[in-house]
Ligand binder design. Structure first.
Ligand code: PHE
Length: 342
């Protein structure tokens, strides 16, 4: 029986290879594996084989049956329904394609970050980055924060050791950039910052800021105003210029908070702007002489302005997102709403 099996294996595969059409392949299939086929009758004959050899023969026969079945199937696929030219394997190239079901897109925060950067690139700014794990010196000391300033408090700042913290703002990149470059300079610094806050609808312990810095001879508050107004017009399409309110930051003097016309009611007063018609969007001011001293710029020669805004807040205002946590949960039901929005 063993010889018959070996013979069928080689003969069978020769016959399958030789079959040139669908019906020829089918004919070989019937001849080998059909009800009255050669392999089927061998299987029937197993009962007459010496019981000691029977299991081995049975296994051998079954393997042959499976192998020939596979050969038949692949020969059939090779020939194909309509004659087996390679064009049929590719399909009809004139049909529209099938889009991938779940293509990834940029996160809305990243998209907002990049489009803010684009507006500033258009105004001639370049871009610099700094580390998220930052020296206390850059995050506070060089920025003219006194040693006992409450922002250094462990309650606001995540300290890694007494000299190293997670940056609480992008302002340390001002110092790093000035240390590396001579004026004139105009640069933006987008990035992630950390504060020890309890999460709620408008607070998160990590969020994004974008900082801007311009230093040259005779830079004035009017340059700051113009830059900020140009950004707000471009990004939000606001029709009104921004308004400056006096404020305090250790590293700018004078310092302001910047409000823009409410994006929802366009100034007439609504729930989003607390009926004022204005929304606060950033902190800003003229670079403090002590910051210039820290980086070795002569403070009687140069002046400069700086501003910093929360990208999360800007994204939420632009797209009417009511809860900052949505930006960090990565829930696809939220994220997919931004596909194709930008
Ligand atoms: N770093 C300040 C903040 O996080 C914002 C700011 C930046 C203010 C630059 C003035 C100038 O609140």
């Amino acid at each position: 029986m063993k010889e018959t099996i070996d013979r069928l294996r080689s003969e069978g595969s020769e016959r399958i290879k030789a079959a040139g059409s669908e019906s020829e392949v089918e004919a070989v299939r019937v001849a080998l594996l059909g009800r009255k086929g050669e392999i089927t009758s061998l299987l029937r004959g197993l009962k007459d084989v010496d019981p000691a050899e029977r299991p081995a023969m049975g296994a051998e026969l079954n393997r042959l049956k499976l192998d020939l079945g596979e050969l038949l199937d692949s020969r059939q696929a090779e020939i194909g329904g309509t004659g087996g030219s390679s064009a049929n394997l590719v399909g009809d190239l004139t049909l529209p394609g099938v889009p991938p079901a779940a293509a990834g897109t940029n996160h809305p925060l990243l998209t907002v970050l990049e489009s803010i950067c684009d507006i500033f690139y258009g105004m001639g700014f370049s871009r610099d980055d700094g580390p998220e794990v930052e020296l206390d010196y850059y995050n506070f000391t060089a920025l003219n924060f006194p040693d006992d300033h409450p922002a250094r408090d462990i309650q606001d700042t995540f300290y890694i050791d007494p000299k190293v913290c997670l940056r609480t703002q992008t302002s340390p990149v001002q110092v790093r950039t000035m240390e590396r470059n001579e004026p004139p300079l105009a640069s933006i610094f987008p990035g992630r910052v950390y504060r020890n806050e309890n999460a709620d609808a408008s607070h998160s312990s990590e969020f994004f800021q974008i900082e801007g810095l311009v230093v040259d001879k005779s830079i004035s508050m009017a340059d700051l105003k113009d830059t900020v107004d140009t950004f707000v017009r471009n990004f939000f399409g606001a029709d009104e210029p921004t308004r400056f309110r006096p404020h305090f930051f250790p590293f700018t003097e004078p310092s302001v908070e910047v409000d823009m016309q409410c994006v929802v009611c366009r100034g007439s007063g609504c729930g989003v702007c607390g009926q004022t018609g204005w929304l606060e969007i950033m902190g800003a001011g003229m670079v403090h002489p002590n910051v210039f001293k820290a980086v070795g710029y002569p403070e009687d020669v140069y002046t400069g302005f700086a501003f910093g805004m929360g990208i999360d807040r800007i994204a939420m205002l632009k797209y009417g997102v009511g809860d900052i946590r949505l930006l960090y949960e990565n829930d696809l039901r939220f994220l997919t709403q931004f596909r194709g929005v930008f």
